[in-house]
Design a protein around this ligand. Structure first.
Ligand SMILES: Cc1cc2nc3c(=O)[nH]c(=O)nc-3n(C[C@H](O)[C@H](O)[C@H](O)COP(=O)(O)OP(=O)(O)OC[C@H]3O[C@@H](n4cnc5c(N)ncnc54)[C@H](O)[C@@H]3O)c2cc1C
Length: 260
């Protein structure tokens, strides 16, 4: 039995694993998808202490992973589907197999919120520019969202795309440095910004052909032509798997408190 089971392998989990391993605890880190969590999708890190060189998220993830491993943390692939408190420990179900640990740390991060409009299942709808942006060399892209992630990703997509249209429900609410870069991209004709614009539908037959949108001030509907749509409208905590685990859980859109 482990002293500690950590669920997730993003920067939070790997940092916890490093500390737990350094304290000589027997620790397993369980990851269902990509070791490094969201880090693995970041093209260049500019604002993480100790990573001033614009390294990729994958490079930083590898460094964190090696550091946690060097203190004895065991990194294991597997999806944790439930956590249950037993008399003397916690029981986790990992890919259908029972594992035990004296303590559990949930560091499962967040997943992308979907738009929930017709057409979202069409080919050509994406939630990660680093993963899928390169498919759109010389094409036109629509980015839905108006905060930091949407702007950062839209700017990244200009590396490939002929043109990017940002469709934001409100004003653009990104930090100053991104606003400045966005203004430059708009001036260069690479990006167009539609604010106060609601996305009603992602249009297309099998593949995306664009968006049907509505100006929320005038109520006027129009269309945006696009070969691909990237959605960045927020994140929700990945804690649903704990819902039936007898764990006290309270989830709001951006916050997740788990008490074990
Ligand atoms: C494209 C992009 C660019 C970004 N740029 C920056 C930036 O420049 N600077 C910055 O500070 N932040 C940035 N971020 C945000 C940053 O990556 C996140 O804040 C950070 O990764 C959160 O870390 P975390 O450890 O909490 O969770 P995550 O990184 O979300 O990792 C959680 C992990 O848990 C796993 N998991 C979930 N459920 C289970 C389960 N049931 N069983 C097993 N595993 C599970 C997931 O697969 C995931 O790998 C960016 C994010 C993205 C996507």
């Amino acid at each position: 039995m482990d002293d500690l089971a950590i669920i997730g392998s993003g920067p939070a989990a790997l940092t916890a694993g490093l500390y737990a391993g350094r304290e000589k605890l027997a620790v397993s880190i369980y990851e269902k998808a990509s070791m490094g969590g969201q880090l693995s999708a970041i093209s260049a890190i500019e604002n993480f202490p100790g990573a001033p060189d614009g390294s990729t998220g994958m490079e930083l993830a590898n460094r964190l992973r090696e550091q946690a491993k060097s203190f004895g943390a065991q990194l294991r692939y597997g999806e944790v589907s439930s956590v249950k408190r037993t008399k003397d420990a916690f029981e986790l179900v990992v890919d259908g197999q029972k594992k035990r640990a004296k303590a559990v740390l949930v560091a499962t991060g967040c997943t992308h919120v979907h738009l929930g409009v017709p057409g979202e299942k069409l080919a050509g709808v994406h939630y990660c520019a680093t993963c899928d942006g390169a498919f759109y060399k010389g094409k036109n892209i629509a980015v839905v969202g108006g905060a930091n992630s949407a702007v950062q990703e839209a700017l990244f997509l200009t590396r490939f795309a002929n043109h990017v249209t940002i469709v934001a429900l409100f004003d653009i609410m990104a930090c100053d440095v991104l606003q400045k870069r966005l203004a430059e991209a708009v001036k260069a004709g690479k990006v167009k910004v539609l604010t106060h614009t609601e996305t009603l539908e992602i249009t297309g037959e099998e593949r995306v052909s664009g968006l049907r949108v509505k100006d929320s001030k005038t109520g006027k509907e129009s269309s945006v032509k696009a070969d691909g749509v990237f959605v960045f409208i927020g994140l929700k905590p990945s804690a649903e798997f704990l819902a039936n685990s007898g764990v006290e859980l309270s989830i709001t859109r951006n916050k997740c408190y788990v008490i074990l």
